[in-house]
Design a protein around this ligand. Sequence first.
Ligand SMILES: Cc1ncc(COP(=O)(O)O)c(C=O)c1O
Length: 387
Amino acid sequence: MKIENNLKELPLTKSNPKTLESLFGNPDIQPMWVADMEFQIAKPIQDSLIQRISNSGFGYEYKPDSFFVAQKNWYRTNYGIELNKNHIVFSPSITTTISVLIENFTSESNGIITQPPVFMEFRDVIRNTKRRITKNPLVLVNNQYQIDFQDLEEKAKIENNKVLIICNPHNPVGRVWTKEELKQIVSICKANDLLLISDEIHKDIILFNNHFTSALSFINDYEKIVVCTSEAKTFNLCGISDSIAIIPNEDIKNAASSSFKKYNLGRTNALTRVALEAAYKHGQPWLNEVIKTIEKNINAIESELETSKIELIKPEGTYQVWLDFRKVYKDSKEMFNHLTENSGIALNAGHWFGREGALFMRMNIATSEEKVVAAIKKIIKAVPNNI
Ligand SMILES: Cc1ncc(COP(=O)(O)O)c(C=O)c1O
């Protein structure tokens, strides 16, 4: 597997000098923030894209049966999920789907429960749709994040709260929720008639023998579940890919579909279709290599941090690590400025994921071990009074 190290030659958001200047004060800083990989895409995906481009008609396309067969096999083989084509709604992005669902199933000023620190676009979507954010913060117990179920139950009971958005695997803290945890989540949603939206975009990167369970496993217990997912992140295809919502409940599906139709959001893209079909059919060996590389990178970080005051929250999934700087800094903004300036590495500040992430940083490690080790060494060297 080749590692792409010349990202500056591509117009990627993560390495856009203007973005780097405005967020990090340095257009040349090394970008290890946005969750995009630096790996070359899998060869079979590249080959199928080249072949498709050389067959250069780009009229309106539909997804042929071969696409659905390949997609169905992927979900069956990897997750034991029997996808039903009638339950799938195609969407340009997961955040679009979440907006549509919120607008359909809640009213302005209704509460939407999230579990910070969490992917910041949940907050943006809730604010943009003029709903209220209700927080059920995760709690850190013995270096592992857990759900505060008592608090979740209290928030769920409040009549104004209508939706719970979970992130599984959880970005940024890397938890892969267990079957038991999901069961409790579903039972709280059911008892309080909450719509459960499960964002499972990171489902394919499961590390160290952890096991992923989709919220769909509970659909026979509770029907108000929507899974938003995509293989875009898995295969480094965010620039061309789209996403799906899996909505087994017919009423919810019809309501969501009519909003997608209203804004004509379901159109497919020729390259997405080709890339994903190839990924489903031939992408697994590449993905296995990626997972091995991510695990090696995490182990390398763990050993580099052994004598440091920086703590690693070891991820169970995703290609991000969540670093705890609470023994090093007292103020989040001061941490961000000091570390950014002195390490030359651009990381996501933890407080971007909600104030619950203050004094943590998220580091994207989907690159070579060499680069990861060099970066973590720079970070260790940059922090004050390191032992
Ligand atoms: C949890 C999570 N959901 C959704 C997205 C973005 O998905 P989309 O581009 O389809 O909105 C990301 C991107 O990092 C993510 O981490």
